[in-house]
Design a protein around this ligand. Structure first.
Ligand SMILES: Cc1ncc(COP(=O)(O)O)c(C=O)c1O
Length: 456
């Protein structure tokens, strides 16, 4: 069957999603609330979730491997999450205080135990906000205003980092010296001058570029495991830590995906590397919007309010200059309900993380066997609870460009064939497992792949 045949099959399976999509087109640009949710011919509209399963508007049931792009590491509707939601209202009577509260400290303590590079932290409402604040901290701390960012790495939806996330390789220039390419319409042209693009897993080229820019570069920001499944080599990671420290450039780990996914202690635990600043998100909110920016005390203290820094004192002439303090505020920061859910998630993970990682490992191995038996060579990529696979003859995938060379047509055919077999993921996306993906679900998944591979 061709990819078009599989798409026709998809349309027969999901007519109500098509009707809802047509309706959505009348109110939302492109019919979606986030561009990432769109794919051809139209996305499936889900209605219910339970454990590892999602049910769509047509009543089709699927094992969910999207995990809402990562946060749902306990699956859908986990009792610990449900209980946290109910007891917040029962015990505390409200969702928000608008004041400091005890859980802000308790949650912070837990994060600091697991992520020793984080000496102080602040809460944000998303991963995007968390990485944004790491950059503002870096500018404020170093007095420099350029950043280094890796080709193919995603850090959220704002201007400084919307550069060379999914660049067209034909326009992306020399692999050792990538050209910054805008990831969006509407970026100010100067943005491309202030974001220097670095090649992932290429220490020699990175060292050269960092040395050339050391006097202007405040920090480099990186996904230690690109897109959650292309790991930095240990040697690269050690080298990057060393050279940034030597050159006075801060090292920021964006662990929004890898935090509580690549390991309970994140990628930094796995590599045993201490970044200067870290951004966390996704899993820590257990399905609710949440982020954390944390790191070295001397850097984090740039945002601490000092005497007379209350913005409402502006008219009294008493206020210390806003130049002295890094602005960080937000109505929902440290949201009591979300912190309660997040803490419940971490407590479950402390007991069950290893078994999710073990089952992910088994699924990867068994998939390799299935594909090989079918005469298709794949590389499985990723650490612990997240993986992806590439259909490729290459021995290694070390960066965005390597992954782009894999066979996306066959991959898409398999992904569309899998919808009919009851497996949900956005086509070509990585697989995120949860505590609900038990042995039965793994067996079901392998059977589904077997059938899909027979049909492609
Ligand atoms: C590595 C990374 N950083 C930042 C973000 C942005 O997080 P959010 O979508 O919560 O704003 C994401 C989201 O996918 C991410 O994967």
């Amino acid at each position: 069957m061709t990819l078009e045949d599989f798409m026709e099959e998809y349309k027969t399976l999901t007519p109500k999603s098509k009707a809802l999509f047509d309706k959505a087109l009348c109110s939302l640009p492109g019919g979606v609330s986030a561009n990432i949710k769109y794919y051809e011919p139209y996305p499936i509209f889900m209605e219910k979730g339970k454990g590892a399963w999602l049910t769509d508007a047509d009543g089709n049931r699927y094992v969910d491997y999207l995990g809402s792009y990562g946060p749902l590491i306990l699956g859908h509707g986990h009792p610990a999450v449900n209980k946290a939601i109910e007891s917040q209202l029962e015990d505390n009577g409200t969702l928000l205080y608008g004041t400091p509260h005890e859980l802000e400290c308790r949650f912070a303590q837990k994060i600091k135990e697991l992520y020793p590079s984080i000496e102080l932290l602040r809460y944000t409402n998303s991963g995007t906000e968390a990485t944004l604040f790491t950059l503002r901290m870096a500018y404020a701390y170093t007095g420099k205003y350029k950043i280094g960012k890796f080709e193919g790495h995603y850090h959220g939806g704002y201007n400084q980092v919307l550069v060379s996330v999914n660049p067209d390789i034909a326009s992306a220039g020399d692999i050792h010296n990538p050209t910054p390419l805008p990831e969006s319409k509407g970026l100010e042209p100067y943005q491309l001058e202030n974001t220097i693009i670095l090649p992932f897993n290429d220490l020699e080229a990175c060292t050269r570029i960092l040395k050339e820019n050391q006097h202007e570069m405040a920090a480099i920001i990186m996904e230690p495991i690109q897109s959650g499944y292309i790991p930095a080599t240990k040697e690269f990671m050690r080298g990057i830590r060393k050279v940034t420290a030597e050159l006075g450039i801060l090292l920021i780990f964006d662990e929004v995906k890898t935090g509580f996914r690549a390991g309970l202690k994140g990628a930094q635990g796995l590599y045993d590397i201490k970044p200067d600043l870290t951004a966390l998100g996704k899993v820590i909110g257990g399905g609710m919007p949440m982020g954390i920016v944390g790191g070295r005390k001397d850097i984090m203290m740039v945002t601490a309010p000092v005497k007379d820094s209350d913005v409402f004192d502006a008219g009294t002439g008493k206020r210390s200059s806003s130049r002295d303090v890094l602005f960080h505020s937000g109505t929902y920061n440290g949201h009591p309900l979300i912190l309660r859910i997040g803490l419940a998630v971490i407590e479950v993970l402390e007991k069950e993380f290893d078994s999710v990682a073990a089952r992910t490992g088994i699924l990867k191995k068994e998939l390799e066997k299935l594909f090989y038996a079918k005469g298709i060579r794949i590389l499985t990529l990723g650490e612990a609870t997240v993986f992806n696979y590439a259909i490729t003859e290459s021995e290694k995938i070390l960066n965005y460009r390597d992954f782009q060379k894999s066979d996306f047509t066959t991959r898409k055919k398999i992904d569309f064939a899998l919808f009919k077999e009851g497996i949900y993921n956005k086509p070509t996306n990585r697989y995120s497992l949860s505590t609900a993906h038990d042995d039965k679900i793994i067996d079901f998944t392998l059977e589904a792949f077997k059938k899909a591979l027979q049909r492609i």
